[in-house]
Design a protein around this ligand. Structure first.
Ligand code: BES
Ligand code: MN
Ligand code: ZN
Length: 456
């Protein structure tokens, strides 16, 4: 995708003129009569995301008019609307060239592992001079990684396979890599073990460390790696289970964020913790009302075996706090309730630090990767009381489910540690330009921008 959808030189490329209806008249004054006539005859008014191709006598396209939209994803629809050829943007104005290039490239994304690639390699955009090529390339790789991992079905992306994918992704860097499983997991990370023990591919905790030689800050990234969520004994109905290969979306985001940090060599010391499990059903599966141990020592009563994500995150988040990092950030496809509250396209963020939350929100806006804050509303902590254990995983009420899930996680964050929790869908229900149905990065560019700002 990268190799073919951008071109280096602009000698023979066709200009694309970005315009709005208000500047179209002025723009046309500088064009030859035949172009003005063509525009007129096609009643082209530069409506948002509309296109007009101008041919010469031989039928070759010599210039393109594109009606500007106010979203950078328009460059994905532009890519979907121009015929094969090499193009350049004539005048960028104040458009973010990095995001424009990124979204152009994402129009070419296909999940081709099982179906082969449709060849669309004849279309390219000349790199604009102000684009930060390394950033764009890394972002394309990061988003592609997230989508590919989520789209890979559970039969092939088992907890074991996820660990392999993680090591392959970080292979170009100097890292420490550890996978904890078996008895060591059972002893050290009992909640991760409990959730994953019924599955054929055994549960594990993947622990990666990387550091820039001049690290200014330390950060721990955690991602929910439920490779398939059947619900467990509290089994999901089939409509609810259908897409649950995506329940490792948080892990995919955590890995991609770590990849971006390493690839662009941010001056950070980094720890990536991925609890990888399958929430399966078997004779040894956890039961409702089981009381389990966590790494922190708190006992948890299982309110519903389908609330598995918070259990594995509890152990991973507690461990993430142990080095006292400047920031702990986690990604999880944690609750249906967050989707009821904000819909599928707007991830919820929770944080114990208002300033960080505000900064992340602003970074999301800047990157056109929107997020929305939700409260760690303390009075709802009462819903997580259990009469038999330190904590219930769900409590009895389902009201405010995204908040109670976040409050559950907060029990495992050590005092004084800055924490941001992202509850997202990680999936497009329908295709729009550059965003095909299936796995999607949601909050990746926002968090990467936010973290880049921390070390500026
Ligand atoms: N992975 C699901 C949450 C989910 C469902 C995210 C659909 C996005 C789309 C999670 O493990 C889950 O099943 N949560 C339950 C929790 C409940 C049992 C307390 C939920 O949200 O219904
Ligand atoms: Mn579940
Ligand atoms: Zn889940």
């Amino acid at each position: 995708m990268l190799k073919t959808c951008f071109a280096e030189s602009s000698k023979t490329s066709v200009p694309i003129r970005l315009c709005t209806s208000s500047i179209l008249t002025d723009l046309l004054k500088q064009r030859p009569i035949y172009v003005q006539t063509w525009v007129d005859q096609h009643a082209f008014t530069a409506a948002p995301s509309s296109i007009l191709l101008i041919p010469n006598q031989d039928g070759q396209i010599t210039e393109v008019f594109w009606g500007l939209d106010d979203t950078p994803w328009q460059f994905a629809s532009l890519a979907g609307n121009v015929p094969n050829g090499t193009y350049h943007i004539e005048e960028w104005g104040d458009i973010d060239q990095n995001l424009a290039c990124l979204t152009w490239a994402l129009a070419f994304y296909q999940f081709s592992r099982y179906k082969g690639q449709k060849n669309k390699s004849q279309l390219s955009l000349v790199w604009p001079s102000a684009a930060h090529k390394e950033w764009v390339e890394a972002a394309i790789e990061g988003i592609t990684l997230v989508r590919d991992l989520i789209n890979t079905p559970a039969c092939d992306l088992t907890p074991a396979a996820l660990a392999v994918s993680i090591e392959n992704t970080i292979a170009p860097f100097e890292y420490q890599f550890k996978v904890i499983l078996g008895e060591e997991l059972q002893r050290g990370f009992p909640a991760v073990h409990t959730v994953g023990k019924a599955a054929e591919s055994s549960p594990r905790l993947i622990d990666v460390r990387w550091s820039h030689p001049q690290a200014q800050k330390s950060i721990a990234i955690v991602g929910k790696g439920v490779c398939f969520d059947s619900g467990g004994l509290d089994i999901k109905p089939s409509a609810g289970m259908l897409m649950m290969k995506k329940d490792m979306g948080g892990a995919a985001h955590a890995l991609a964020l770590a990849y971006l940090i390493m690839k662009l060599n941010l001056p950070l010391s980094l720890r990536l913790l991925i609890p990888a499990v399958e929430n399966a059903i078997s004779g040894n599966a956890m039961h409702p009302m089981d009381i389990i141990k966590t790494r922190k020592g708190l006992t948890v009563e299982i309110g519903n075996t389908d609330a598995e994500g918070r259990l594995i995150l509890a152990d991973a988040l507690y461990e993430a706090c142990q080095d006292k990092p400047d920031l702990v950030i986690d990604f999880a496809t944690l609750t249906g309730a967050a989707r009821i509250a904000l819909g599928t396209e707007l991830p919820a963020i929770f944080s114990n630090n208002q300033e960080l939350s505000d900064d992340l929100l602003a970074a999301g806006q800047k990157m056109q990767d929107p997020l929305w804050p939700m409260p760690l509303h303390k009075p709802y902590a009462k819903y997580l009381k259990s009469s038999t254990a330190d904590l219930s995983s769900t409590g009895k009420s389902s009201y405010g489910g995204a908040i109670t899930a976040a409050l559950f996680l907060e029990h495992f964050i050590e005092k004084g540690i800055n924490w941001v929790h992202i509850d997202h869908m990680a999936w497009n229900l329908a295709s729009t330009p550059g965003k095909p149905e299936g796995g999607e990065a949601m909050g990746l560019l926002a968090t990467f921008k936010f973290i880049s700002n921390l070390v500026e």
